[in-house]
Design a protein around this ligand. Structure first.
Ligand code: HAM
Length: 437
């Protein structure tokens, strides 16, 4: 049987891999301007970090995590022996909990210091039912800002996210920016109770999961994909009508900053996002066209209790993440190409075995001078080598033959115009670079 990648994963080959590289580069360009620095954390963490961080009853924690066991741990499980915490591991379903864990572990947020601003890029893993725009291994770039309290930091985060989409080339007219406030410890409990009561009232119209959520985690019902539940929840009490004065004032400030920055946004009181860690401002950007049911290309918000929740100091935070695969669908729909073309290629054609060493040396010198160079590694005829050079879309072809080597000069053919020039072997790299320029 032909080998096959696991369900819900993708291989990025050639142009696709260059698109991913460009995506990360654009992220670096945009996020650096806002003072962010790069962070890399492990692809797996202790399972408990995600369970406590994302929320015990979230879909992520209850059904979407890929758990990782070492061979030793599997044996222990077989023998009915308990595992230690550091033997219970999971592939990261998202980046925020890991970054917050790393910041707490390394004491990055210091009293009196500036907010810590970190950005990351890499694969995330969720065991979801694969479909267009929904994978089991997908790629994200994300940012986390720790220790910033002001409403301006919420607005800055949303503005930076929109600048990133703009820099990627997503048409402004295709995007919808949705915002909401999830309240705080003062107003959330009472609001959660209101929603629970509403869900109980409408229990017979809800799916089994939402009936359960009414008791375990009522706000999660807003995230249910079931159309019947969505219809019921569209008339549920709204968080924006139930915020405490402090949250309401803060949300007004955020909106004023966004308006002043010229951003169009919609208030969506049903936006709760998929994790329990959010507090206060949350946002999501959706795109019409190209994405099927998965219209969210990115989102995030504040999580003022997360660091304390995972065992670190009491430090507020906020951030967002953007999914690469969904961005590619949106860009395809808009006819935008992200990948940069590869550097121009030079092909070194070797006429026969008597000059193979010289051809090898010429290739080496071109590469040492930074020229993208291909050569014949298969002993092909000259005619076949020209065909290969054509197929590889080489700009120039350097012909190394016995007569040329004897004369100390090589013929260089422009593959587009078929014009030819002779260049001295000694100055081959400089000559070729001039022709490419
Ligand atoms: P999220 O909304 O779960 O947030 O994911 C962010 C983005 O990742 C989504 O908008 C989507 O583009 C992409 N994405 C999510 N799941 C999949 C999937 N199964 N297949 C393809 N793409 C997917 C977070 O991950 C939070 N950590 C964001 C955040 C950072 N909040 C605060 N800081």
């Amino acid at each position: 049987m032909a080998p096959k990648a696991p369900k819900g994963t993708t291989d990025l080959i050639g142009e696709q891999a260059r698109s991913w590289e460009r995506f990360v580069e654009v992220a670096r360009e945009v996020f650096t301007v806002y003072g962010y620095d790069r962070v890399e954390t492990p692809a797996f963490e202790q399972t408990d970090l995600f369970v406590r961080g994302c929320g015990e009853t979230t879909d992520i924690a209850t059904k979407e995590m890929f758990t990782v066991y070492s061979v030793g741990a599997v044996q222990k499980l077989r023998d009915d022996e308990p595992l230690k915490d550091d033997q219970r591991l999971a592939l990261r379903p998202e980046g925020t909990a890991s970054i917050v864990r790393a910041a707490a572990e390394h004491g990055l947020v210091t009293p009196g210091g500036a907010p810590v601003k970190l950005w990351y890029a890499g694969p995330m893993f969720r065991c979801e039912r694969p479909q267009k725009g929904r994978l089991r291994e997908f790629r994200q770039v994300g940012v986390e800002c720790l220790g910033a309290t002001d409403a301006a930091s919420d607005a800055e985060m949303i503005i930076m996210c929109m600048r990133f989409f703009e820099a990627l080339g997503i048409p402004d007219s295709s995007m919808r920016l949705l915002i909401n406030s999830m309240g705080d410890a003062d107003c959330r409990p009472a609001y959660t109770e209101q929603v629970a009561a509403y869900l109980h009232e409408h229990a017979d119209e809800l799916c089994d999961d939402c009936r359960r959520r009414a008791d375990t985690n009522p706000l999660r019902a807003f995230d249910c994909k079931n159309e019947g539940c969505q219809a019921v929840l569209s008339d549920a009490p709204r968080f924006t009508d139930n915020l405490c004065p402090a949250c309401e004032e803060r949300f007004d400030e955020v909106k004023a900053y966004l308006t002043a920055a010229g951003l169009d946004f919609e208030i969506d009181p049903t936006l709760v996002r998929g994790f329990d860690y959010y507090t206060g401002t949350v946002f999501e950007v959706q795109v019409e066209g190209g994405l099927g049911a998965q219209s969210a290309i990115g989102g995030g918000g504040r999580y003022d209790n997360l660091m304390a929740e995972v065992g670190g100091p009491d430090t507020c935070g906020l951030g967002f993440a953007v999914g690469y695969e969904r961005i590619m669908l949106a860009l395809d729909a808009a006819g935008v190409t992200l990948a940069e073309p590869p550097a121009p290629t030079v092909y070194v054609a070797c006429v026969d075995d008597t000059v193979r060493e010289t051809a090898f040396e010429v290739t080496r010198r071109l590469r040492d001078a930074g020229v993208r160079t291909l050569d014949d590694l298969q002993g092909r005829s000259l005619k076949s080598q020209f065909k290969v050079a054509d197929k590889a879309q080489a700009r120039l072809c350097v012909v190394v033959g016995p007569d040329e080597v004897a004369a100390g000069r090589l013929t260089v053919r422009d593959m587009g115009t078929h014009a030819e020039r002779e260049l001295p072997i000694d100055g081959i790299a400089d000559g070729v670079k001039q022709m490419l320029a």
